[in-house]
Design a protein around this ligand. Sequence first.
Ligand code: ZN
Length: 393
Amino acid sequence: MNTTLIVNARIVYPGDRVSAGQLLLQRGRIAAIDPAPGAIPADTLRIDAGGRWLTPGLIDVHTHGIGHSLYEASPEQLLEGLAFAARFGTTTILPTLYRVMNRASLPLLARLSQALDSVRGVSAPGWHLEGPFLKLPGAGAETIPGDLHLLEELLSATGGRTRAMSISPDTPNIIPVIERLIECSIVPFITHTRASVAETERAIDAGARHATHFYDVFPVPEITEPGVRPCGAVEAILADSRCSVDFIADGVHVDPVAIRVALAAKRFSGIVLITDSNIGAGLPDGIYPTTFGFPVKVSARNGARIHDPNQRSHGGLAGSALTMNLGIANLHQWLKIPSEQIWAMGCSNPARLLGLANKGVIGVGADADIVVWDDDFTPAHTWVAGERVFTTA
Ligand SMILES: [Zn+2]
């Protein structure tokens, strides 16, 4: 296998610092930082980063598709979509399933899960299941009460490849589901909810530690008494230091000021960037066919929107067209904090959330998932497990 030396890089240590240096990539790992000349094998490929940023690869824990692919549509679309991600600097993905969280889809779920083993060009350590034990609908996700039997069937169809599951604290019988997820080392995410403060706190006490596409599908509680401001899941999550949150940072799904509220409550280490992307993400602005019964009009700055003038929902949001690199660029514009703290939201914070100890960090022995960036936040080179999977050179 190739050994690669990246020289003349501005290395970002997420959450910590930025400093000039060299990285030696060997056998899929970072073998050395600023290696002594004698430690560099003779046949090493040398890449000059030209003083540009070098970061760990980005990690997306919530994404349904990209390009022309919907991950859950078929094994072919799953593999094709995942292979498209590295050009946006994403090196680890939890493909996120939502419309197939039911008994009728168990055979498809099993086929998709087997296909995960043949993923190339990106690391896909498992699924994020968005549902089915959700309270509020959205984008076709299931909304059924907690059901331990169905949970076991879903988990066994994925063959142990489930890393995260989104649940709602206000769904009946959800606490046993959360407890079972914790037993299986699956991270429960809170979402699609109108939960009260007490319901949210019970879910966190049971082991929920993260809220996904925070603020979105977390409706503002109804005012029942004039002069009294109601609180709900959003306030309970902001107030609890055990819980982190993630955002679709496209400027459409969540106002930058709401991200700054969460930053003040959670510090940078409690914030994760996601895309929640779908068909159309990463493509030029345009109108694209889907299997949802309508085409989507896609623009990275305006989301993916239903494009069917004969439907009342015409122009409504049908998902995000965000890619991780654009989210990082937006956060640099909106948040007045050091750059290494913003990179942490796309690298080390999601890795810690998932318990991926060797990812999202720069250090000897860490996975050699690395990106060298041009100044406009587009990747110049992307490595996954030490292998260069994308380059503009
Ligand atoms: Zn989603």
